[in-house]
Design a protein around this ligand. Sequence first.
Ligand code: SAH
Length: 207
Amino acid sequence: MEINHRGAQRLVQQLRAKGIKDDRVLKSFAEVSRELFVPSGLSHRAYSDSALPITGGQTISAPSTVAAMLQVLHLGPRDRVLEVGTGSGFQTALLTKIVADVYTIERNLKLVGEVKDRLIKAGCGTAHLRAGDGLKGWAEHSPYDAIIVSAGTDKLPVQLLDQLKTGGRMVIPLKGKITLVVKSRNGLRTRQLTDCQFVPLIPGYTP
Ligand code: SAH
């Protein structure tokens, strides 16, 4: 499908106004039609900066939240990224425009099926997608340069940190705040960013 250039540019302008400066992140928003990732009845709100309901009582995050989380990871074109909580697949699509390898895990099987089609329609590169418990990560393809968790939790998922490179970054909604965790040789450094609201990270997976 053709990109809705007017809508995408409107979104990019809103993101700039909200302090997003990373060129790769802004460019990815210009290259993906968000309307493909929201329910058809809500396409008129696709380019507004708001979270919207999707399948299974889940939500597509607000664009400025997604952009802030991507920006803080300082992603580069050769990076390998793990995403936990694929949801609508919009952030997955953005990631395919920014980094080399995208691995994404979603526990809701219906969403997984929907995302495959959408990524093709949106003309995005390949993302490796699977249904499962993202809290366990995807060890075969680790270590990752960055991990992005798109559902909220009160406990730092230690298993995921094991799959992060030394020098790698993880961003996660932790105790109601977007939190950056940097793994260095000397241990973990965490930095709290803004307040946030996310659907909960649910452990376990039964197909
Ligand atoms: N960035 C996504 C956010 C989707 S909402 C978007 O903008 O569309 C968060 C998603 O995390 C939901 O789809 C939910 O099913 C999923 N989720 C929750 N716990 C999970 C887990 N343990 N493993 C994988 N996915 C999980």
